[in-house]
Design a protein around this ligand. Structure first.
Ligand SMILES: [Zn+2]
Ligand SMILES: [Zn+2]
Length: 351
């Protein structure tokens, strides 16, 4: 199937229209028209090869909402016309212990990324959601529940599940004391989801500027991390801290905030961190952890939870041809809180 998308051809080239082929349907494949695609920091890092594993040309996009246009002969769960979604992975081995547990993101053989990855059967490069069409095996297609605003649902597929999964892993519920560091695409979802699960949520920020925004998003409290007195008073006051800061930073100020057996989980920065002092970890039996997206079953659970609770990201809609400008604004944290591409704009942009 011939299709069109937006691709980066090299680390310093802006994204531009790119024509390519989507594979013929395999018996277990679902084909869809893409309606909306969220813009994730990983898209930008991949386009620019910041992590060193980009395969060019690269068509980013892994927060995808679409409508089914065709299904393979063995597909049982989806039919033409269904509203569906695809997140950060499109395949995994399906037989290792992690895959069998529904934790495909932790597949022992590595999951297949939605973009800039290799198809497990043919070795062809995968291309993501900045495109008109997509073909994905049934097991990696999610159902968009009734009642979820399609235009705003896309960021749930990465920002949503990346913050929902640690909340579930560490059993957050009513009475849990959750801290959120950073109030960007991930952070604002962490606030909404933790709040939706019944937790007492505190946003941590270096300056008081974002207090009103944090409270409006559903946070119960706001802690200025540069205020030594306030930080001292908050010591041992958190069960879980979700750290969404996407750059190298210092964890030392945050560790004393954890209660005994409390965990700080990193979901933002991919790469080196500042040196750490183990004293607060040992003395308080505290933990520092990391967490990547979530499994398919958990992603479906998250979508259903968001539909039930009316939880949606705050989005700014853009046209496909505004993507390069959107990347520049994202780098300046000038977005509240996630860009979503209206894919109806693609045909026009590519012409
Ligand atoms: Zn992402
Ligand atoms: Zn596996």
């Amino acid at each position: 199937m011939r299709t069109i998308g937006y691709a980066a051809q090299s680390p310093d080239a802006p994204l531009a229209p790119f024509a390519f082929e989507r594979r013929e349907l395999r018996p277990n494949d679902v084909a869809m028209d893409i309606l909306y695609c969220g813009v994730c920091h990983s898209d930008l890092h991949t386009a620019r090869n910041d992590w060193g594993w980009t395969i060019y040309p690269a068509v980013p996009g892994h927060e995808i909402v679409g409508r089914v246009t065709a299904v393979g002969s063995e597909v049982t769960r989806y039919t033409v016309g269904d509203t569906v979604a695809v997140g950060c992975m499109v395949d995994s081995c399906q037989h290792c212990d992690q895959c069998r547990k529904g934790e495909e993101q932790l597949c022992r053989e590595g999951n297949t990324g939605t973009y800039s990855s290799r198809d497990r059967l043919t070795g062809d490069v995968t291309h993501g959601g900045y495109s008109r069409h997509l073909v994905v095996r049934e097991e990696f297609v999610l159902r968009v529940p009734e009642g979820l605003d399609l235009a705003r649902a896309a960021p749930l597929l990465c920002a949503g599940i990346t913050t929902y999964s640690p909340l579930r892993t560490w059993n957050v519920g009513p009475g849990s004391r959750v801290g959120v560091i950073g109030l960007g695409g991930l952070g604002h979802m962490a606030v909404k989801l933790a709040s939706g699960l019944g937790a007492h949520v505190t946003v941590l920020s270096r300056t008081p500027d974002k207090e009103a925004d944090a409270l409006e998003l559903g946070a119960d409290a706001f802690l200025v991390s540069s205020d030594a007195d306030a930080m001292a008073q908050a010591a041992s006051g958190f069960d879980l801290i979700i750290d969404t800061v996407p750059v190298r930073h210092d964890l030392k100020p945050y560790l004393p905030l954890l209660d005994v057996d409390g965990t700080l989980v990193l979901v933002g920065q991919v790469g080196p961190m500042d040196e750490m002092n183990t004293v607060p970890l040992l003395l308080g039996r505290r933990r520092v952890a990391g967490s990547p997206i979530g499994g398919i079953r958990e992603t479906q659970e998250m979508l259903d939870f968001c539909a039930r609770k009316g939880i949606l990201p705050d989005c700014e809609m853009i046209r496909m041809d505004q993507i390069n400008e959107a990347y520049e604004r994202m780098e300046r944290s000038d977005v509240r809180y996630r860009f979503v591409i209206d894919m109806a704009s693609l045909t026009e942009a590519a012409a």
